[in-house]
Design a protein around this ligand. Structure first.
Ligand SMILES: NC(=O)C1=CN([C@@H]2O[C@H](COP(=O)(O)OP(=O)(O)OC[C@H]3O[C@@H](n4cnc5c(N)ncnc54)[C@H](O)[C@@H]3O)[C@@H](O)[C@H]2O)C=CC1
Ligand SMILES: O=C(O)[C@@H]1CCC=N1
Length: 258
C-alpha cells in the first residue's frame, strides 16, 4: 500500500515507524512543514517531505495526524489533488459527519484513534466508520492490526476512546513514574527502578489481556493474607488512587467535549 501520513508530529511519526518496522510491502510518506526534526526517518525507508500534495494522487490511504485546527487548511490543500481516496483521520474531536462534509462526500472517511505505542506495534487503536464505508474501514482495521490491536467501536464512543486509549498511554506512564520514584526511595538506582516498574506493569497488562478476567481476581492472587500487598493497596485507596484516576479520565473527556 502507498500510505501518505500528513502531520509528522508525535503520533504521525509513531505510526510511520510502526508501519515501517512491523508491516511489509508498504510505501510510507510522512509530511510536515518543517522536516528537520524527522529527516532521520528516511533511514527507515520512509519518504519525508514538506509537500503535502507531491505524489498524493498515488496514495491508497491518507492518514491525518494533524491538530483539529489544522484540518481545514490541510483538506483545502489536498482535496483538489485526489479522487476517491481512503482518508483515515486521527484528529481528536472531529466527527465522521464533519469530515465527510468537508471532503464533500467524495472520499471514504474512517476515524482512527491509535496511541503512540503504534511505534512498537502495541497500540490500542479504536476505529469507526459508516456502513457505507465498510470496505474502507475494514482495510484500515487490517492495517492497524499490524500496529497492535484494532477495535471497531461506535462513533459516539470515539471521544471516550481517545481518553481511555490514547491519553491512557500518559496515565499509565505516570503510574510507572510514580512507582519508579518510590523504588528509588526504597533503595534502587533510577535505571533499575524503571526497569522493574516497567516490566511489572507490562506483566500485569499481559495477564489482564491473556486471562480476560476482572483485575481484582488477579489482585487476589498477589495479596497474601496479612501480607504487605494488601496494606499497601489499602493505603493507596485511602489516599484516593482509583478515585484520582477516574476523576482524571472524566476531566480529560470533558475537555474533548468542549
Ligand atoms: N499524541 C498522541 O498520543 C495522540 C494524538 N492524537 C491526535 O493526533 C493529532 C496530532 O497530535 P500530535 O501528534 O500529538 O501533535 P503534534 O503537534 O506532535 O503533531 C502535529 C504535526 O502536524 C504538523 N503540521 C501542522 N500543519 C501541517 C500542515 N499544514 N501540513 C503538514 N503537517 C502539518 C506539525 O508540524 C506537527 O508536526 C491531534 O489531532 C491529536 O489529538 C490522537 C491520538 C494520540
Ligand atoms: O492530548 C491530546 O489532546 C491528544 C489526544 C489524545 C492524546 N493526545
Amino acid at each position: 500500500m502507498n500510505i501518505h501520513i500528513i502531520g509528522g508530529g508525535n503520533l504521525g511519526v509513531a505510526i510511520a515507524v510502526g508501519l515501517a518496522n512491523y508491516s511489509k510491502g508498504n510505501h510510507i510518506t510522512i509530511t510536515r512543514r518543517n522536516t528537520a526534526q524527522i529527516q532521520h526517518l528516511s533511514q527507515n525507508g520512509i519518504i519525508v517531505s514538506s509537500n503535502n500534495i507531491e505524489n498524493i494522487d498515488q496514495a491508497d490511504l491518507i492518514i491525518l495526524t494533524i491538530k483539529p485546527y489544522q484540518i481545514d487548511t490541510v483538506l483545502n490543500e489536498i482535496l483538489p489533488h485526489i479522487s476517491n481516496k481512503i482518508i483515515a483521520s486521527a484528529v481528536s474531536g472531529v466527527s465522521l459527519e464533519t469530515l465527510q462534509q468537508k471532503a464533500i462526500g467524495a472520499h471514504p472517511i474512517v476515524r482512527i484513534m491509535p496511541n503512540i505505542a503504534a511505534q512498537f506495534a502495541e497500540s490500542a487503536t479504536c476505529i469507526s466508520f459508516s456502513e457505507q464505508n465498510k470496505e474502507a474501514g475494514e482495510h484500515v482495521v487490517s492495517l492497524f492490526n499490524y500496529l497492535g490491536t484494532a477495535i471497531v467501536i461506535e462513533e459516539k464512543l470515539m471521544d471516550a476512546a481517545t481518553v481511555l486509549g490514547a491519553c491512557g498511554t500518559a496515565y499509565a506512564l505516570r503510574y510507572i513514574r510514580a512507582s519508579m520514584q518510590a523504588g528509588i526511595e526504597i533503595g534502587f538506582d533510577a535505571q533499575t527502578a524503571l526497569a522493574i516498574a516497567s516490566q511489572t506493569a507490562k506483566g500485569a497488562a499481559k495477564m489482564a489481556l491473556e486471562e480476560k478476567i476482572h483485575p481484582e481476581q488477579l489482585i487476589d492472587r498477589v495479596t497474601t493474607p496479612q501480607g504487605c500487598t494488601i496494606v499497601g493497596l489499602n493505603e493507596m485507596e485511602h489516599r484516593g488512587f482509583s478515585s484520582a484516576l477516574i476523576r482524571g479520565i472524566k476531566t480529560s473527556l470533558q475537555k474533548i467535549k468542549e
